[in-house]
Design a protein around this ligand. Structure first.
Ligand SMILES: Cc1cc2nc3c(=O)[nH]c(=O)nc-3n(C[C@H](O)[C@H](O)[C@H](O)COP(=O)(O)OP(=O)(O)OC[C@H]3O[C@@H](n4cnc5c(N)ncnc54)[C@H](O)[C@@H]3O)c2cc1C
Length: 292
């Protein structure tokens, strides 16, 4: 059994102080839906753990969804249920609410937070792809104050995020999608209740007055070593009218980019058609089934 101290943080400053004091051997617990399972399963990542630092008493400071001008600020302790129910999210970035609504079960969504989802650094995290599609920033708090990095750069390698010993994530900030943008989120999981995604993808599109696509975002999950948009696929869509054929082309462009970046692997035979199919699904969700 792992043994560690438990610390309840009462201010954001205290979080940084305790993290610094334990010199990398303290770890935050937010909803606990990832880390408590990993500790119970004796994941070797936590062998050296000396302190669990509970953030859940900082809801006043860290649980919020705020609309400010053309930006939306989402506090790290915002739960998946909060995202799913938020009118701001529904209005401006609906695929984030949809992605959150597919996480685990109602119990997991009530406890699991967006901060935990991202800091757990799983490439399969469902809220990750809409945030990547939105070019989100991560607001990080440390003893010296706050710094901001793009979410893409926050992922420093497979399963790794760039936090210093005294730092934690305070917020994710995104720009609202342009007026009239439609979004889609598609996910492929194991055939098992509460399964986490094997593959997922977020897409956003806007049509101009002539019905041509003038804004496109495609962000697939689990296919690159660190999360990213696929601009080659987005560019294929720009200036063209929605069609079944176009969705197929975009799906192909995503799978080609996967192979270009990661090479042919044992999983490619399964992943290539699967990625193409879920990209098409997400695009169909954007524009409706008349183009399916
Ligand atoms: C049965 C089950 C089903 C699930 N299904 C899904 C699914 O379908 N889709 C999906 O995406 N996920 C799924 N998950 C994973 C999990 O629920 C989510 O990743 C959840 O959002 C994690 O949030 P949390 O607050 O519980 O994180 P925690 O477990 O508290 O923390 C996770 C990690 O993030 C770190 N951390 C947390 N908050 C911060 C912060 N603010 N700053 C710095 N570090 C921080 C912790 O130290 C820890 O390493 C599932 C989990 C279970 C148990």
């Amino acid at each position: 059994m792992f043994k560690y101290d438990y610390y309840r943080a009462e201010t954001p400053d205290e979080v940084c102080e305790v993290l610094a004091r334990y010199q990398g051997k303290a770890r935050i617990v937010a909803g606990g839906t990832d880390i408590m399972v990993q500790i119970r399963e004796k994941d070797k990542r936590w062998k050296e753990l000396e302190c669990l630092l509970d953030l859940s008493f900082l809801e006043d400071e860290l649980r919020y969804i705020r609309e400010e001008g053309d930006q939306i600020h989402i506090g790290a302790l915002t739960t998946h249920t909060d995202l799913e129910r938020s009118e701001v999210i529904k209005r401006w970035i609906p695929f984030l609410g949809k992605a959150a609504s597919t996480v685990g079960s109602p119990q997991i969504r009530n406890r699991g937070t967006i901060g935990g989802s991202i800091c757990n650094a799983s490439p399969a995290a469902d809220p990750l792809t809409p945030l990547i599609a939105l070019d989100a920033w991560t607001v990080i708090r440390g003893r010296d104050g706050e710094r901001v990095v793009t979410l893409k750069d926050f992922y420093t390698g497979q399963g790794k995020v760039g936090l210093k010993e005294d730092e934690f994530v305070k917020e994710f900030t995104v720009r609202k999608l342009p007026e009239g943008t439609v979004t889609g989120f598609a996910k492929l999981g194991r055939r098992k209740a509460l399964a986490i995604s094997r593959l997922n993808v977020s897409a956003a599109l806007r049509l101009d007055e002539e019905g041509r696509i003038d804004f496109a975002r495609i962000a697939p999950g689990c296919i690159f070593s660190t999360p990213d948009r696929v601009e080659t696929a987005e560019n294929i869509l720009i200036g063209r009218k929605p069609s079944e054929e176009l969705w197929r082309e975009a799906g192909k462009a995503v799978s080609e980019e996967m192979i270009r970046r990661t090479g042919i692997r044992w999983s490619t035979e399964y992943k290539q058609p699967a990625v193409e199919a879920i990209v098409e699904d997400a695009l169909i969700e954007c524009c409706g089934s008349q183009f399916a």
